[in-house]
Design a binder for this molecule. Structure first.
Ligand SMILES: [Zn+2]
Length: 143
């Protein structure tokens, strides 16, 4: 079903991602559709499309308020995944101090962003890679 008043809600980096976002929105009850690079499709005359530019996810203008938190969530998870991938490639392990017992702990770089048990004091510690971008993380501070 075509959208009545579509606006571009998300610029995906690939058609696959565009469909992923579209599915995510659909599952949340937001009607969405993927437009896979209109400009290339318009010029396509039977040859191989060698370059896909920016596919976009379109939604109803009225749904933008509902869609925005979903897209923000998606971007956060995406950033986490990207950071995790980058970290696992660049960092083999994370060295950090246990916030409870001050022991020097070492975790695999792939555990960045997870919660693990401190082997010394058996309390939960947040594994934080000091090299990872932090701005999307929720501050762990009690009011
Ligand atoms: Zn500890």
């Amino acid at each position: 079903m075509p959208l009545k008043d579509p606006i571009a809600a998300y610029n995906a980096s690939s058609n696959l991602e565009a469909h992923l976002v579209c599915t995510l929105l659909n599952e949340a009850g937001v009607e969405a559709m993927v437009v896979e690079d209109v400009s290339t499709a318009g010029l396509w005359v039977g040859g191989t499309v060698s370059e896909i530019h920016k596919p976009q996810v379109f939604i109803e203008r009225d749904d933008i308020e509902r869609a925005r938190p979903l897209l923000t969530d998606y971007d956060c998870q995406n950033a986490t995944r990207t950071a995790a991938q980058r970290n696992s490639a660049a960092v083999d392990f994370i060295q950090m101090e246990c916030e409870h017992c001050r022991s020097l702990l070492q975790f695999a770089g792939s555990l960045s962003g997870t919660v693990q048990l401190c082997p010394q004091c058996r309390k939960y510690v947040d594994v934080v890679d000091p090299n990872a971008p932090q701005d999307w993380q929720i501050a762990d501070e009690s009011p």
